[in-house]
Write a protein that binds this ligand. Structure first.
Ligand SMILES: NC(=O)c1ccc[n+]([C@@H]2O[C@H](COP(=O)([O-])OP(=O)(O)OC[C@H]3O[C@@H](n4cnc5c(N)ncnc54)[C@H](OP(=O)(O)O)[C@@H]3O)[C@@H](O)[C@H]2O)c1
Length: 361
């Protein structure tokens, strides 16, 4: 049987995507064949598309960091999953596809009642936020935290989970998204018009207990300087590398060197780096447990992921254009197979409006 998937055969802009038709592979021993229902599109996919993410396979490959799908084939030796079961997985690559084979142990069962678009957003962005707060920072109620890019996918997840954990929150982002940040319980700071260090000093003379920084480069120093004694800087990305005209990989390497220096600097403050895929390799049970906890929070309505837009799989390039040029609030999702039609005919949609590139001039 044939299936469609998106491939990139060189790194670059959103024009590198191509839809390809192939023969469906058979699951090998210990694997299941999964009919993909939804896959997320996040800033990390942009870094992968541009070749700025460590440890990528050689081109051509299919991108796609996370999937929710239905098991429709069992390879030899699979005992813990059934045909028809809904699962989620962190694939890192391979998710922009109608079909994928996955090792059984990578699959986490998804309750049938949850919305697939909301569930897929938990796998990368909410697990990242959950682990940043509870596995790395180990936050306590009343802690003061600063989140850069607070209106983005990971940022809004940090705000929702931070609110549940009883934290006092501050969030930087562009002014057009400050209503969203305030509605999620944080004090917004306009990073384009204001100096965030000055604002933090004005608002909290003692400084932050934890700062979450995915901007990287020199920005890390500013974040570190807003920390209270005993505070922690947690770096988890290098989005500043993308806008750099040259030396992109130097910014990534330089950020890691700077974190090492800050961490050994004898002033009782700490600087660490977090990566979801590395932590999952080292602590696979944490990933499974944390995703299951988040699915429970989704089922009982404690979290309500913000879905910016749902597009068909064939619109992967358009989804990346939105991330490159538009003000996306929350999570973008690609729906595969018949899921897109089913979702578009739903009477009510939870999507927030996205400012499309043409509207931004
Ligand atoms: N380490 C990990 O395991 C891991 C996992 C997931 C994600 N990440 C990283 O986390 C970062 C965020 O991902 P995401 O999916 O949440 O991205 P996103 O949805 O694109 O959100 C990023 C937000 O940051 C804002 N922003 C851009 N530059 C900023 C600056 N200098 N100061 C403050 N805000 C700024 C953007 O708004 P405007 O453009 O409107 O200003 C946007 O709202 C990416 O670097 C990604 O690679 C890392």
């Amino acid at each position: 049987m044939q299936y469609q998937h998106v491939t990139i055969s060189r790194h670059g802009g959103s024009d590198v995507f191509e839809m390809v038709m192939d023969e469906r592979p058979e699951p090998r021993a210990g694997e299941v064949g999964v009919r993909v229902l939804a896959t997320g599109v996040a800033f990390t996919d942009v870094l992968i598309r541009e070749g700025l993410y460590p440890g990528l396979p050689k081109v051509p490959f299919t991108p796609g960091y996370e999937v929710v799908g239905i098991v429709d084939q069992l390879g030899p030796g699979v005992a813990g999953l059934d045909i028809g079961q809904r699962i989620a997985a962190l694939t890192v690559v391979g998710g922009y596809s109608e079909y994928i084979c996955l090792p059984e142990h990578e699959c986490v069962s998804v309750p049938p009642e949850v919305d697939v678009a909301e569930a897929v957003g938990l796998v990368l962005q909410y697990v990242t936020a959950y682990q940043l707060l509870h596995r790395i920072a180990k936050v306590q109620p009343g802690d003061l935290i600063l989140i850069h890019g607070a209106a983005g996918g990971v940022g809004t997840a940090l705000l929702e989970l931070g609110h549940l954990a009883g934290l006092k929150m501050y969030g930087t982002d562009s002014a057009s998204k400050h209503d969203l940040i305030a509605n999620l319980g944080a004090t917004p700071i306009d990073y384009q018009q204001q100096d965030f260090q000055q604002q933090i000093r004005r608002l909290t003379p003692n400084g932050m207990d934890v700062v979450f920084d995915a901007i990287g480069g020199r920005h890390l120093l500013g974040s570190y300087q807003t920390l209270a004694p005993g505070g922690q800087l947690i770096s988890y990305g290098f989005s500043s590398a993308l806008s750099a005209q040259w030396g992109r990989l130097l910014i990534v390497g330089g950020s890691m060197g700077l974190l090492t220096l800050l961490n050994i600097w004898p002033d009782r403050r700490r600087a660490v780096f977090y990566n979801i895929a590395d932590l999952k390799r080292r602590q696979p049970n944490w990933f499974r447990d944390d995703l299951m906890s988040l699915l429970d929070l989704l089922v009982d309505g404690s979290i309500q992921p913000i879905i910016a837009d749902c597009l068909p799989l064939t619109d992967a390039a358009a989804a990346h254009d939105l991330l490159d040029h538009a003000a996306v609030r929350g999570q973008l999702v690609l729906l595969c197979n018949e899921t897109f039609q089913a979702n578009s005919s739903k009477p009510e949609s939870k999507s927030l409006p996205v400012e499309h590139p043409s509207a931004l001039g």
